[in-house]
Design a protein around this ligand. Sequence first.
Ligand SMILES: [Zn+2]
Ligand SMILES: [Zn+2]
Length: 275
Amino acid sequence: MVRDFFVRFWGVRGSIPCPGPETLRYGGNTSCVEVRFNDHLLIFDAGSGLKRLGDILPLPSAHPIYLFFSHTHLDHIYGLPFFAPVYHPSTQIQLWAGHLAEGQDLSSVVHRIIAHPFFPVDPGAMSAQLSFHDFHAGDTLSLIDGLKIRTVSLNHPGGATGYRVEAGGRSICYITDTEHRPEQLDQGILDLVQGTDIMIYDSTYTDEEYKRFVGWGHSTWQEGVRLAKAANVRMLVTFHHDPTHDDDFLDQIQAEMDIELPGARVAREGMVLRL
Ligand SMILES: [Zn+2]
Ligand SMILES: [Zn+2]
């Protein structure tokens, strides 16, 4: 039964945090999205936004915390050692990733990054009960009663995973980082997001900017609109904003989307959407 199902945005940027007077309204932290399903906490990506989420969580957590990575580029992982629950011994945290190739695994990636000479404490200092889980993008995960998580492989250097979280006939999709192929909608994404209530989508660039960034692994808000229309998505939320897109620029995108796809939203830090 669904008593409570919502999404909250803690970091909406790509690449690098960009705090400053020109990003106050939409926020400057990198990717981190909280999904609450009843008493369960699911987190998508561990960008710099993860820190503030960790600071408000009551500890110890009565349930495991589920942390899903789209992939492990730095902007999606460097919040992890600043997430207070990882230093809380009686907290269980499950970390999940679906993009790593044969011979690689999430545990060794995390242990490589959070270690000397990149970081002052080693992973052994993270005293929470951490468990690492690798899967193949495309798998379906059933971790919580009443909740189903479907996944898809995304088009990004080194791979990335998109997610659809579904319960009681309602759903939210988290699709970042991915590059579209002009003139052809991504069939894997279309299948995953079909009829979803909320699609969070990699909108790093505008279509105009994208021409200069082919091969960088990112998409555009206009592609998000095309996918949303083709897949009957109820609400598009553009996400993973380029750090150079200031508040005024994002306001302009919102104004253009109001015409192209009424109801679509530009993600901003602190935004809560109920399902
Ligand atoms: Zn990214
Ligand atoms: Zn990336």
